[in-house]
Design a protein around this ligand. Structure first.
Ligand SMILES: N[C@@H](CCC(=O)N[C@@H](CS)C(=O)NCC(=O)O)C(=O)O
Length: 225
């Protein structure tokens, strides 16, 4: 199997964290430069990842899977131990619910940034600060929902870590490094969860590679020293 990845990207990092937590080491990794639009749009790459995004997995049977959650669900079939996509239907539905809320936060953040900052330049068409205010409120509400659904469980959807925990943790690392945004501290369930999960994360702490922000903004935003 081959994983097309980009170690600086929040979505590929989900898979890298998943592989490390499950101690899976038989997958070939190919690093992709996501700032090289021409390479991402080559027909050979688009047959593997029709959206031209990473992560993308090419299985030994030649099947391509190109969404991070779908990749982790597929890998669960191949590497079932320890289970990280729930032990029963109730857990799986909670994982799906939490995953959706996490993906919502990512989408609201992207929308907020795209309408207010010269970042993610290829996607930016209009300036609309009001859109950012709405996105911030929606983002906040998603964290509140996650905290309520978590209830008093040890992890986000279960008493064992699952792919939902991986998604939240890798997202928080990214939001902190790129946008200086932290998880709302008044959400005690999530704050306690964060302290628990960070001791389990096998990844080196997230560090932005030099040039990442400059590339994403088409050279307009200056790197922080
Ligand atoms: N929904 C996708 C999002 C993937 C995604 O946006 N990946 C980023 C890198 S972190 C990317 O490839 N961006 C390049 C682009 O979309 O043009 C997933 O869950 O895998």
């Amino acid at each position: 199997m081959k994983l097309y990845t980009c170690s600086a990207g929040p979505y590929p990092r989900r898979i890298l964290c998943y592989l490390a937590m499950k101690a899976i080491d038989g997958i070939e990794l190919q690093e992709i430069n996501i700032h090289d639009r021409a390479a991402m749009c080559r027909p050979e790459f688009l047959t593997i990842s029709p959206a031209g995004s990473v992560p993308a997995l090419l299985t030994d049977e030649g099947v391509s899977i190109s969404q991070s959650t779908a990749i982790m669900e597929y890998l669960e079939e191949v590497y079932p131990d320890p289970p990280m996509y729930g032990r029963n239907e109730a857990e799986r539905r909670r994982i799906d619910t939490q995953s959706q809320l996490i993906n919502d936060v990512m989408a609201y953040r992207k929308m907020s940034v795209a309408t207010t900052m010269p970042y993610l330049l290829p996607y930016q068409t209009i300036r609309a600060p009001e859109a950012s205010l709405v996105c911030n409120a929606l983002e906040w509400s998603r964290f509140e929902q996650m905290s309520i659904i978590m209830n008093r469980r040890t992890f986000l959807a279960s008493d064992e870590p699952t792919i939902a925990d991986i998604m939240l943790y890798t997202m928080l690392e990214y939001l902190r490094a790129v946008y200086d945004r932290f998880m709302p501290p008044h959400l005690h369930n999530l704050a306690e969860w964060y302290q628990r999960f960070r001791t389990l994360s096998p990844l080196e702490p997230y560090k932005l590679s030099g040039g990442y922000i400059t590339s994403m903004s088409g050279g307009i935003v200056k790197e922080r020293p």
